[in-house]
Ligand binder design. Structure first.
Ligand SMILES: Nc1nc2c(ncn2[C@@H]2O[C@H](COP(=O)(O)OP(=O)(O)O)[C@@H](O)[C@H]2O)c(=O)[nH]1
Ligand SMILES: [Mg+2]
Length: 259
């Protein structure tokens, strides 16, 4: 049984989603705390988060000045959760795409096996799927995961998945201050960093449903950033200096199990 769980939920213009998403997360997972990380949403999401936090002590809010991207919002949220002593720190979208019951089953898996450092809610293993995603998003996500797997030599099927549960120690082993990734490549960066530090990753199947309210913040800059970073990290990985560093550290991918 896990205790001290914080679900970090970044928001930008999610007024139409925040109340019902938080209600469902906390109803299905009554033991968790939630940290909303709002980047000054013009639609008033931050104010609504404050009202909800006022009514429920499990809800916390971190206000940031302006839209700075998913990665920096998560890094700030992780640092807050670590400094407040949480033992398990999760990532979850606020737009209703991630199901509260999937978070629960992932926490069950983490709770049952102390050897696991990171549970990834995967759309790309048996039992996992996407619903109502436009074909081009599905293609982009599959191609991105394939490219990252090949370039970085990792066996994770869903590299850009955004429903995750980290054990505190796994996050502590990552130098969060040096994480600069902004968009979805943040998820790839965190995966490779956890594994490079010897972390064990387990994928658990989830259903990801496209949002029905509000607008996606995905844009072409996010795709370009992902391509650029993954290519660079892949090249770095092949350099002799990197291979020499890796030798002293043990097997980077040890313990990763696909399903
Ligand atoms: N704080 C913060 N949250 C963001 C930012 N960009 C996206 N989000 C949130 O991250 C989650 C996923 O974003 P979304 O636009 O739905 O991405 P998609 O599902 O890939 O289309 C949602 O909860 C968004 O509100 C940002 O720059 N800052
Ligand atoms: Mg979304």
């Amino acid at each position: 049984m896990l205790n001290n769980i914080c679900v970090v939920m970044p928001t930008y213009d999610e007024l139409e989603n925040i109340s019902r998403t938080l209600r469902s997360v906390l109803e299905v997972n009554p033991g968790v705390d939630v940290l909303v990380v709002d980047d000054g949403s013009p639609d008033g999401t931050g104010r609504r988060a404050d009202e909800l936090a006022h009514a429920d002590s499990r809800i916390h809010v971190l206000h940031r000045e302006g839209k700075a991207g998913l990665g920096p919002a998560y890094v700030a949220g992780f640092q807050w959760a670590l400094s407040h002593g949480f033992e398990v720190i999760c990532e979850m979208d606020m737009d209703g795409s991630h199901r509260a019951q999937d978070l629960r089953s992932m926490l069950d898996v983490l709770g049952r096996d102390p050897g696991i450092d990171l549970v990834i809610g995967s759309r790309r293993i048996e039992g996992g799927r996407t619903e109502n995603w436009p074909w081009y998003r599905d293609l982009l996500s599959r191609a991105g995961s394939w490219y990252a797997r090949r370039m970085l030599g990792l066996r994770v099927r869903d590299m850009t998945a955004g429903l995750r549960a980290y054990r505190r120690d796994a996050l502590c082993r990552v130098d969060l201050r040096s994480v600069k990734a902004n968009g979805y490549v943040f998820q790839i960066d965190m995966t490779r960093r956890v594994m490079a530090a010897g972390g064990v990753v387990r994928e658990v199947p989830i259903v990801f449903a496209e949002r029905t309210r509000g607008r996606s913040k995905m844009d072409s800059g996010i795709v370009v950033e992902a391509m650029r970073c993954v290519t660079l990290w892949g090249i770095e990985r092949c350099l002799p200096s990197h291979a020499a560093r890796g030798r002293g550290r043990g097997p980077a991918d040890a313990g990763n199990v696909g399903t």
